[in-house]
Design a protein around this ligand. Structure first.
Ligand SMILES: [Zn+2]
Length: 653
C-alpha cells in the first residue's frame, strides 16, 4: 500500500536525523477511516519497516475516550494498556502509549517527535508566550501533563476547543516539557511544516550551540575505573565517557551546572533518572575523594545508582547496565544540555517540577517491576570489559568473537587498522547490549599502550581482563635466523607482554582498590605449547614464549596482593587460522620451504604430520581457548599458571 510506504519513508527521514530524533524518541502513524498504523514500542524510526508498525482497529480505540477508568494511576494505565492491546490487530506488537493521541488527530499522517530545538522552546520559561509570538495566536500549546491517559484527555480537550474556535483541525500541537505533534494528509506537507518550524526557531536563537568537536578526557583512566567499581556494588556496571564543548560548558563551570540539575522531560528521567552527580575536583585525587564520599550518600538517599555523572576535566560519564544503555544515556543527557543552553534564548530553562518528576519516577518503578520477569539471562562475561591485543584476525579475533557472545565488551587492539576496524564492525553485529571497539595499538610502544588503556576506559569505564595475544612467528634454524629477525620476534612476543602488563596493571590496581572484596581482575597471556616445550628451528618464538611463562609467574607473585590474577594459556596449533593456513605466509608453507618436516612434499603432508602428533587428533580452536579464558576469569583459586590446551600433545609434569 502506497501510504504505508510513505509512512516508512517519513519515519526513516526523521529517524535518521539527530536534530529530530534522540535515542529513538517519538513515533509516527498513518490512518484511514477505520484502521491506524502506529510505530510499535521498541522499534527504531531510523530503520523501521512495515513490520515495525502495530495495526489497530479505530472503532475499538474511539470508545476509550469516554470510558471510565480506575482512579488508581497504576491500575488505570494497566486498563488503558489492555484496551490498546484489545484494539491491536497485529500480534506481538505493542502499540505506544501515545497511540490514542495519534488516533484523535483527524489527519492521515502524524509525526510526533521530541527535537532538541523544539524542546529548547518547550522547556523554557517563555514557552507559551514565545510560541504565540513566533507562530501566532492559533498555535496550540498544551501545558505539561503527566504522560499516559491523562495527557491523552488533555490533548483531546485542547483539540476540541481548537475545532470549536477555528472550525478546522490543528496541524501542530506543542507539548510543554515533552515535544511536538505535526499532522497532515500528505508527508510533503509534514516536511514543510517541520522545516518552517525549524527555520523560525533557528532565527530566534540568540546564541547557537558550540561545535561538536571531541574534547579529550585527560586522565580519565586514573579516575573512571575506580568510580566504576564504586558504582558496581550491586553487579558490574559499564561506564562511558564523552566530552565536547557543550558538555564542557557545564562540566567546567559550577554555576552553569544549575541549569541542568533537574530533568526537562519524562524521556530524560526514563533514561537518566532525575538526580545527577557533579564533581569539580581539580586533580585525580580530589575527584576520587569526591566520588568516594558522594556516591554512597547518593545511593542511600535516592535509592538507586546514579546514571549520570559530570566531572571537571573529564566530561559527561554515563553509568548503565550495559554499553548500549550508556550510549543512550549520553545521547539523552547531552540533548538535555543542549536544551538548557538554547532555552536561554527564551527566558531561561524550565525544568519539570518535583511533583511531575515524582510521578515519572513512580511510573518507572511500576514499569520496571513489570518488565523484570522478561529480562534475558546473562552470558558468562556480562559487563566485563576485555582488551585483546592482536584481535584483528586469527586466534585473537576468534577469542573476541566467542567472548562477544558471552556478553563482554571487547576492545580489539591491533596494529592493523583496516582489518581491525572491519573485525570490530562485524563483531558489533553479534552484540546484544554489549559493544566492540577497535583501538590501533602497537604493543612494543608504551605510549601506544597508554592510549589503548585510555580509550578502553573512556568507552567502557574499566578493563576487567587484559588478554596479551599479539604475537608473531618467524621460523628458522641457527643458520637462517638473523639477529634482526630474532629481535623483531622477541620485541613483540616477549617485550610486548611486559609493556602491556606494565601499563595495564596500574588501571587494574586502581580498580581492585575500590572494588567489592570478591572482585578479581585478570591478565591472561596467550602463550603456546612452544612455551612449555622446545620447538625445532623455531627458537626465536619458543624462547620468547618460555620467557613469557617466567613473566607470568613473576607478575602473578607481584600482583596477587592486589587481587589481580596472571595466567598463561598454552594452546596447541590453530591449524585453520591464518598463522598456519595463510596461502602466502602460513606456517605450513614456511615449514615446507624450510624443510622442517623431513620428506614432506606438499603443504598437505606438513599438515598431516602435525595432526598425527596430537593424541586427540584435532587442532586447537578459538572456542577451546575461550573456554580456558572463561575458566581463568571465573576461578579465584589459581594464579601464575600455564594452562595447556593442546589436545593432549603437551602434558604437565
Ligand atoms: Zn512523546
Amino acid at each position: 500500500m502506497k501510504e504505508i510506504e510513505q509512512l516508512i519513508e517519513i519515519s526513516q527521514f526523521y529517524g535518521r536525523d539527530s536534530r529530530y530524533v534522540i535515542a529513538g524518541g517519538g513515533n509516527t502513524s498513518y490512518k484511514n477511516a477505520d484502521r491506524i498504523w502506529v510505530k510499535a514500542s521498541g522499534v527504531s524510526l531510523a530503520t523501521i519497516t512495515e513490520d515495525g508498525f502495530a495495526l489497530l482497529d479505530r472503532t475499538k480505540l474511539r470508545p476509550m475516550s469516554e470510558k471510565k477508568y480506575s482512579d488508581d494511576v497504576a491500575l488505570r494505565e494497566e486498563e488503558v494498556k489492555n484496551d490498546l492491546a484489545a484494539a491491536t490487530l497485529t500480534r506481538d506488537k505493542r502499540p505506544s502509549v501515545e497511540t490514542s493521541m495519534h488516533n484523535i488527530i483527524e489527519y492521515a499522517f502524524v509525526v510526533h517527535l521530541h527535537p532538541t530545538l523544539v524542546n529548547a522552546l518547550m522547556c523554557s520559561q517563555q514557552a507559551e508566550s514565545m510560541l504565540k509570538k513566533l507562530f501566532g495566536e492559533k498555535a496550540l500549546f498544551v501545558e505539561y501533563t503527566d504522560p499516559g491517559y491523562v495527557l491523552f484527555k488533555k490533548v483531546e480537550e485542547k483539540i476540541k476547543a481548537f475545532r470549536a474556535a477555528y472550525g478546522e483541525e490543528p496541524h501542530v500541537i506543542w507539548l510543554q516539557n515533552h515535544g511536538i505533534f505535526v499532522a497532515a494528509d500528505t508527508i510533503e506537507e509534514i516536511k514543510n511544516i517541520y522545516s518552517d518550524i525549524f527555520g523560525t526557531l533557528e532565527k530566534s536563537l540568540q546564541k547557537n550551540l558550540p561545535s561538536d568537536e571531541t574534547l579529550s578526557s585527560q586522565d580519565a583512566e586514573k579516575v573512571i575505573p575506580a568510580v566504576r567499581m564504586m558504582l558496581s556494588t550491586n553487579g558490574l556496571k559499564t561506564l562511558k565517557v564523552r566530552n565536547n564543548p557543550i558538555i564542557a560548558f557545564f562540566s567546567e563551570n559550577v554555576e552553569n551546572r544549575q541549569l541542568i540539575a533537574k530533568p526537562f522531560t519524562p524521556d530524560e528521567i526514563v533514561y537518566c533518572k532525575s538526580n545527577y552527580l557533579f564533581f569539580d575536583g581539580n586533580s585525580e585525587e580530589t575527584l576520587l575523594h569526591e566520588a568516594e564520599t558522594q556516591i554512597p550518600v547518593f545511593i542511600e538517599k535516592q535509592g538507586y545508582h546514579p546514571h549520570v555523572l559530570l566531572m571537571k576535566g573529564i566530561g559527561l560519564v554515563a553509568a548503565g547496565p550495559n554499553a548500549k544503555q550508556c550510549e543512550t544515556i549520553l545521547d539523552v543527557f547531552e540533548d538535555a544540555m543542549k536544551v538548557a543552553y538554547l532555552a536561554q534564548s527564551f527566558g531561561g530553562e524550565h525544568p519539570m517540577t518535583q511533583n511531575q518528576i515524582d510521578f515519572i519516577d513512580h511510573w518507572e518503578v511500576e514499569n520496571y517491576r513489570r518488565s523484570v520477569s522478561t529480562t534475558k539471562s546473562n552470558g558468562r562475561a556480562e559487563n566485563k570489559t576485555i582488551v585483546i591485543t592482536g584481535a584483528a584476525q586469527g586466534f585473537g579475533e576468534g577469542i573476541a568473537r566467542c567472548l562477544v557472545k558471552e556478553g563482554a565488551n571487547i576492545v580489539v587492539a591491533d596494529l592493523n587498522e583496516e582489518t581491525g576496524r572491519k573485525t570490530a564492525g562485524e563483531l558489533n553485529t553479534l552484540c546484544g547490549g554489549n559493544r566492540v571497539v577497535f583501538v590501533k595499538t602497537d604493543v612494543t610502544n608504551i605510549a601506544s599502550l597508554e592510549s589503548l588503556v585510555h580509550d578502553a576506559v573512556c568507552n567502557f569505564g574499566a578493563i576487567d581482563c587484559y588478554i596479551s595475544n599479539a604475537g608473531v612467528l618467524r621460523a628458522g634454524g641457527l643458520d637462517e635466523m638473523t639477529p634482526e629477525t630474532f629481535d623483531f620476534v622477541t620485541r613483540i612476543n616477549y617485550y610486548g607482554y611486559f609493556y602491556g602488563v606494565k601499563v595495564v596493571s596500574r588501571t587494574l590496581k586502581l580498580q581492585t582498590r575500590f572494588a567489592p572484596k570478591d572482585y578479581y581482575a585478570d591478565i591472561i597471556q596467550i602463550n603456546s605449547k612452544s612455551g612449555l616445550r622446545g620447538s625445532k628451528a623455531n627458537f626465536a618464538y619458543a624462547g620468547g614464549k618460555f620467557g613469557g611463562i617466567g613473566l607470568t609467574q613473576s607478575f602473578a607473585l607481584e600482583l596477587a596482593p592486589y587481587r589481580i590474577k596472571v595466567n598463561s594459556i598454552c594452546p596447541g596449533n590453530f591449524y585453520e587460522g591464518p598463522l598456519w593456513s595463510d596461502p602466502e605466509n602460513g606456517l605450513f608453507l614456511q615449514y615446507l620451504k624450510t624443510g622442517k618436516v623431513p620428506g614432506a612434499k606438499t603443504v598437505e603432508d606438513v599438515r598431516e604430520y602435525y595432526l598425527s602428533q596430537v593424541p586427540m587428533k584435532k587442532g586447537c580452536t578459538p572456542d577451546d581457548v575461550t573456554k580456558g579464558v572463561l575458566y581463568l576469569m571465573e576461578q579465584c583459586g589459581e594464579t601464575g599458571q600455564a594452562l595447556p590446551i593442546t589436545g593432549g600433545q603437551v602434558m604437565l609434569a
